[in-house]
Design a protein around this ligand. Structure first.
Ligand SMILES: [Zn+2]
Length: 160
């Protein structure tokens, strides 16, 4: 496994839509492992492939420590309620802002065996999945914030 270089705000690759993955190759498996390692090294709860310069629809989320989940071609099929909370992004370090997200979502995706799975998640997990899915469409949370983009305190930062 290796830690990959992160792409930061201002890099055009973060604004481009990603392509669907048709088959899990060795390169995709290695990318998934590297993304998990990079997310953990950077102390994030999620990471999307374009954040390491790859325009493919894959993302990793680890809200429950020790249980990282790889999502391939994810789709949010249901949204329920709303939550307003601070959000951050590993591609926009040191910043945070208030973003409104659904409280609960239903998400479908494929795993590394190209087996489809479905999850119902809420709270921070739902926020992280929404944030990473946006990355796959070339969207950043800074365009969704309510109020000002603020400097984050290290201890309150939830970066994705
Ligand atoms: Zn992000």
């Amino acid at each position: 496994m290796a830690i990959r270089n992160l792409r930061f705000l201002g890099d055009d690759i973060l604004l481009k839509p990603c392509k669907r993955i048709d088959a899990v190759t060795d390169r995709i498996r290695i990318l998934a492992e590297d993304m998990i390692e990079t997310m953990r090294f950077s102390k994030g709860v999620g990471l999307a492939a374009p954040q390491v310069g790859i325009l493919k629809r894959m993302m990793v989320v680890e809200v429950e420590e020790g249980n990282p989940i790889v999502f391939i071609n994810p789709e949010i099929t249901q949204r329920e309620g709303e939550q307003l909370g601070l959000e951050g992004c590993l591609s926009i370090p040191g910043k945070t802002g208030m973003v409104r997200r659904p409280q609960k979502i239903h998400v479908k995706a494929y795993d590394l065996d190209m087996k489809e799975f479905e999850l119902d998640v809420e709270d921070l997990f739902a926020r992280a999945v929404c944030h990473e899915c946006d990355h796959l469409d070339g969207k950043l949370y800074v365009d969704l914030i309510e109020g000002e983009l603020m400097d984050s305190e290290a201890d309150e930062e939830v970066a994705e």
